[in-house]
Design a protein around this ligand. Structure first.
Ligand SMILES: *Cc1c(COP(=O)(O)O)cnc(C)c1O
Length: 371
């Protein structure tokens, strides 16, 4: 059996350090924020190449606070893609603003930069590229549009810790970058977690207040804030794991390259790597025309896979009120219908990768020819 993800194997590799870090927090009784979270914020800002980092309790909270700090609210529009995890869109809607969708690029699966400008209106306040699967969106054209049209750029880097665009780390290029430390992410906590990075001191100050009840100092609440603080335990755990992230990312890159090599002649669409990008392969997405059959056959061969994501956000029942329908974003709809994520994590062995690729090749023989 080859699982889709093996968080236990990773824990066993770093158990002594993790247990020691957790023990430290228990002894200090700094269960919320505290010294470990503060140290993690500094280390994570430096990892991303940003001046500031604010740790919060989820990636969704990070996005929500980024939008609030920019003053985004009812009547405003925020541009993003419908091919993302629902949280990107939910966080926009928490503020009362309206998400406006732009289709994805068929190669990078990230926002199609050639279609952004036509979606901008006088109400547009921000563009939110999602670095889906750990592959960066094309930031230079987005940055140029944002500056010229005086709108903000918020990176949803929840799947892209350490990924690079022309040598710069994701999260550090837009006005604000948002990260998730959900356990399955490339840098995962042992519970919920997230962070915001920015170079802007005023965003840093506002977001720091908003995550902790809008306090300027204790019991002096100047903003209508939230309880979005990170746990001390997660801060201590993430500090341990951040040290290993570069080597884990290297392993992901090697595994992804090996899959791509083994599947090269198969007719299966393997993920592209754009010339500007050094991705971190949060998942390894292939496209197969008869995805559900393919997945069932792999499952029968003992290989677990995932689907990210079967329904694009514009077709989700929860967001039907936005007024979009089938056919509005053909590229997103096609990829959503064919995407299958193969197991990809640092601890995979060469033999496991060969087994997965071999079974995938066998399954592809029974597929209708690719479109
Ligand atoms: C995981 C994820 C989020 C949300 O992060 P949580 O920590 O689960 O709240 C947002 N956007 C994307 C693209 C994600 O993958």
């Amino acid at each position: 059996m080859i699982p889709f993800l093996d968080l236990k194997a990773q824990y066993h590799g770093i158990k002594r350090e993790i247990d020691e870090a957790v023990g430290r927090v228990l002894e200090s009784s700094q269960f919320i924020l505290g010294a470990e979270v503060k140290a993690f914020e500094e280390e994570f800002a430096s990892f991303c190449g940003s001046r500031f980092s604010i740790a919060v309790n989820s990636g969704t909270s990070a996005l929500h606070l980024a939008f609030l700090a920019m003053g985004i609210g009812p009547g405003d529009e925020v541009i993003t893609t419908p091919f993302t995890f629902v949280a990107t869109v939910a966080a926009i809607r928490y503020t009362g603003a309206t998400p406006v969708f732009v289709d994805i690029d068929p190669l990078s699966y990230t926002i199609d930069v050639n279609r952004v400008e036509e979606a901008i209106t006088e109400r547009t306040k921000a563009i939110v590229p999602v670095h889906l699967y750990g592959h960066p969106a094309d930031m230079d054209p987005l940055f140029e549009i944002a500056r010229r049209r005086r709108i903000r750029l918020v990176e949803d880097a929840a799947q892209a810790h350490g990924a690079e665009y022309k040598g710069r780390r994701m999260g550090s290029i837009g006005d604000i970058g948002c990260f998730s430390f959900y356990p399955g992410k490339n840098l995962g906590a042992y519970g919920e977690g997230g962070a915001i990075v920015t170079d802007d001191a005023s965003f840093d100050r506002t977001i720091r207040m908003l995550r902790d009840w809008g306090q300027e100092r204790r019991y002096h609440h100047v903003l209508k804030g939230f309880n979005y603080r990170m746990d001390g335990m997660q801060g201590a755990i993430l500090r341990v794991k951040l040290k290993y992230l570069p080597q884990w990312t290297e392993a992901r890159r090697e595994h992804a390259a090996e899959y791509t090599r083994l599947l090269a002649e198969s007719g299966i669409a393997t993920p592209a790597r754009m010339p500007y990008a050094n991705p971190v392969h949060h998942v390894y997405p292939i496209l197969v025309p008869d995805r559900d059959e393919f997945q069932k056959n792999l499952q029968a061969a003992g290989i677990q896979t995932g689907i990210h994501y079967p329904v694009p956000v514009h077709l989700l029942e929860a967001h039907r009120d936005l007024g979009y329908g089938r056919g509005d974003f053909p590229v997103a709809e096609k990829v959503a219908g064919q995407e299958l994520s193969l197991p990809l994590y640092p601890e995979l062995t060469a033999a496991q990768i060969e087994t997965v690729a071999g079974e995938a090749l066998a399954c592809s023989k029974y597929q209708p020819s690719a479109v």
